[in-house]
Design a protein around this ligand. Structure first.
Ligand SMILES: NC(=O)c1ccc[n+]([C@@H]2O[C@H](COP(=O)([O-])OP(=O)(O)OC[C@H]3O[C@@H](n4cnc5c(N)ncnc54)[C@H](O)[C@@H]3O)[C@@H](O)[C@H]2O)c1
Length: 320
């Protein structure tokens, strides 16, 4: 079986590619190595993938319709896992057009390529817990209303879901959307909270704690995410189109997470308490019942188990 994964030099794409290779799949990766965060880290991930038999890739932008179409024509993947995106809630305040380009035009391009690909591959794509926006009902369920996105990032991820529905409806394409909830693990993204916290802690700088630490996040360990993605790809009885939450089903207090990380790193953190940032949400908490019923998804990793894996990798990779 062959899978085409967009965003393979990224955090989740890298882990997904490794998992599919472990399972004996052929993986074709595409990524534009965007400079949103360290291109060196992306190249290091790609180097590891390139060393694996069964992995091939091309550096390309998913917005380049002709190039992407020729990849689809040549590779004829059975499955497409679409992860490439401009991520980050806060950056979308200052760089809105990056989100419109990669998350809307890029996703539309992926949909078009799937539509015109002879065998119409099964498509699984990444959405985000951020689509729940101002929702205050906990835990977040797939049936909740989704018309209050509080960042442009969230609005573009929701737009991706809606476009995917339309394509599935019009062209009878098998499409599944997965709303990821705050993913962490080794080979993590340097713009995300645990990295920023660990980096500040190990350099004896105060960490920036927004909303005075009064925030709740459903932290999902990357291996649990990949297990869910794999189960969805392998399932052959899912509805033609559906969307599922994929989280840890535990909403952690931010201060508790900081404490666990500090204990793991053996430091006493200095904290700079700040107000809530524009675009942020107070709490995320995933109901995962729907995905459990559909494919048996069951997150297994607590932050007490996952944070030490991240911290160990962080120290080794950054030599700290
Ligand atoms: N990490 C999380 O906590 C989280 C949470 C919710 C949703 N998501 C979603 O999961 C997916 C993967 O996220 P991630 O954390 O691995 O992010 P990432 O930034 O590490 O990976 C995304 C990859 O896509 C590539 N990319 C961006 N724009 C592109 C374009 N136009 N053409 C080709 N490649 C492009 C980037 O270079 C990057 O390597 C994204 O769709 C993101 O929105 C992630």
């Amino acid at each position: 079986m062959k899978i085409l994964i967009t965003g393979t030099a990224g955090f989740i794409g890298f882990h997904a590619a490794r998992h599919f290779l472990d399972k004996g799949w052929e993986v074709f990766g595409v990524d534009n190595f965007s400079s949103y965060y360290s291109v060196g880290l992306k190249r290091d991930r790609e180097k590891i993938l390139r060393g694996r038999p069964g992995y091939r890739s091309e550096e390309l932008d998913i917005c380049d319709h002709e190039k992407l179409q020729s990849v689809f024509a040549e590779e004829k993947p059975e499955v497409v896992l679409h992860l490439a995106a401009q991520p980050g809630v806060r950056y979308s305040i200052s760089h809105p057009f990056e989100y419109e380009r990669s998350n809307i035009s890029g996703t539309l391009n992926v949909l078009e390529c799937c539509r015109h690909s002879g065998k119409k591959p099964k498509l699984v794509f990444a959405s985000s817990s951020s689509v729940y926006g101002g929702n205050t009902k906990m835990p977040f369920e797939e049936t909740d209303r989704l018309d209050t996105p509080v960042s442009l990032y969230a609005a573009t991820k929701r737009a991706g879901e809606l476009m995917a529905y339309t394509y599935s409806h019009l062209y009878k394409m098998q499409i599944t959307g997965l709303r990821f909830f705050t993913v962490y693990g080794d080979w993590y993204r340097p713009d995300m909270a645990l990295h920023l916290f660990a980096d500040a802690m190990l350099h004896d700088r105060p960490i920036k704690v927004f909303n005075n630490g009064d925030m709740l996040r459903d932290f999902t360990y990357v291996d649990d995410i990949i297990d869910g993605v794999y189960r969805v790809v392998m399932a052959d009885d899912l509805p033609l189109f559906d969307i599922y939450n994929i989280g840890n089903h535990r909403s952690e207090k931010l201060l508790g997470v900081i404490e666990t990380l500090a204990r793991t790193l053996g430091v006493t953190p200095k904290m700079e308490m700040l107000p809530m940032q524009a675009g942020d949400i107070y709490a995320t908490y995933a109901s995962v019942e729907k995905l459990h019923k559909a494919v048996g998804y069951e997150p297994r990793t607590s932050i007490q188990e996952g944070i030490p894996v991240f911290a160990d990798w962080f120290r080794k990779y950054y030599k700290l």
